[in-house]
Design a protein around this ligand. Sequence first.
Ligand code: ADP
Ligand code: MG
Length: 347
Amino acid sequence: VTAGEDPASAGGRAGTLRELGERGFIDHVRRRLRPPGRGVTLGIGDDAAVVTLGDRTLLLTTDALLEGVHFRRRTAPLRDIGAKALAVNVSDIAAMGGEPRWALLALGVPPDLSVADVDELYDGLGETAERHGVSLVGGDTTAAPAGLLLSLTVVGEVEGAPLRRSGARPGDAILVTGTLGAAAAGLAVLEHGAGSAAPEAAEAVCRAHRRPTPRVAEGSVIRASGTATAMIDVSDGLATDLGHILEESGAGAVVRLADLPIDDATRAVARAHGVDETGWAVSGGEDYELLFTADRQHAATLARDVTLKTGTPVRIVGEIAPAAEGLRFLDAAGRPHVVRPGFDHFA
Ligand code: ADP
Ligand code: MG
């Protein structure tokens, strides 16, 4: 890819996936596939595909967790890995405002894994499945000498129109459920230790990293409100995932860093590590909160309504702007702030 050229449009001439980047790669695949067939309302480009079957609307999503890339068996018990693998897929269904129903698991297992380990893994999967009303109905098994692989596919259902990434309009408020940055703080503790942070704070952020909670009920309330315009789950970090909403909606945005919801445990761990927690909140990823936009007039009511019905706090963190303004982050004094991009598998 030469300077100034869009890597995604370089197509076959781009040498490697590193040059293309994860987003460029997906765009490349999207262009190569035949147009979607009968019953496909939405193909590649959102958190889940949308298909219609009679009068029902189904959501389809798949996400894999790979040892050495997404987790290390040294720092994550197999029960947590199983629970998280299903949770991150459920989160993509939640991001469309749907309810998860059925799952398939393709498992790549190192031959030296014990049966007790496999049981732990399935116990974790079972915990998430039960919590969210998902039935594990099948899968596939292969030997994977290089490391454990869990590839999950989840089918969900939505009443009415699912909430896509593409509906944000200038003037809309940007909202987020829960808090941001805890999962990244947890990863820092798992990789580098707690330092001087209190054990309770370290434990809380590790738990956020190992056991993310998909926001299914919240997503459903947000979609049913009729006042939300776009939604995504925060898997790769606020900057990257808001970027996806902006790309699909053809818009820009302003985010006020001082308004980002960051919990006390994350702040304590950041202090102990000598870093600014804002970086984790913006670029960290794996929080699996819902990031959504809503009509400005109804945003505060919607935020209150979600909290009332689910107990989950919701915060307004910025506004959608015209595309020409790009994505800007402002510090507490209103000065522009440069942020690191979020996670990219090929960067
Ligand atoms: P998420 O972070 O919500 O899981 P991704 O960034 O993984 O979303 O994927 C974005 C979109 O690209 C989704 O619609 C997904 O189905 C699609 N996608 C990702 N990888 C591939 C692939 N290798 N082939 C076809 N579609 C893909
Ligand atoms: Mg997603």
